[in-house]
Design a protein around this ligand. Structure first.
Ligand SMILES: [Zn+2]
Ligand SMILES: [Zn+2]
Length: 137
């Protein structure tokens, strides 16, 4: 009986320990390595031709510094990564264009025309939207 109690106590300790760490999931994504150059405005995968002499930094740092994902090598994107697919594109309800959430034009959309969606590009095209020529979603 005493042994069972000790076992139960063990479980409680293990579960509270795990519970305390559950908020670290997002940081794992941001800790992915991407590559930036001193003069560039984009971040890259290591294999990208634009990433010669680039320095490895954390993805969340690259985003913090204002780097945008390279269009050639398509490096990982923070927030829209595997475990968070709720927002795929940003819509401009006035011009009927859709953008990647990181697009500089998407950030200029006025609040009344701005909408976030989880629909795919082909669904949006059927709904009468066209892809932005800048971010090319
Ligand atoms: Zn690149
Ligand atoms: Zn765009």
């Amino acid at each position: 009986m005493r042994k069972a109690l000790a076992l139960l106590l063990c479980f409680v300790i293990v579960f509270t320990g795990v519970g305390g760490k559950s908020s670290s999931r997002h940081t794992t994504d941001g800790s992915k390595k991407v590559y930036v150059t001193e003069t560039g405005t984009k971040y890259h995968k290591k294999s990208c031709k634009h990433a010669k002499n680039a320095d490895a930094i954390r993805l969340d740092d690259a985003v913090d510094f204002g780097y945008e994902p390279c269009k050639t090598c398509k490096p990982p994107i923070l927030d829209t990564a595997d475990d968070d697919k709720t927002v795929t594109y940003v819509l401009n309800k006035s011009t009927k264009k859709f953008h990647y959430p990181w697009c500089s034009y998407a950030k200029k959309i006025s609040a009344k025309n701005y909408e976030e969606t989880s629909k795919s590009a082909s669904q949006l095209k059927k709904a009468g939207y066209s892809a932005c020529g800048h971010c090319k979603p």
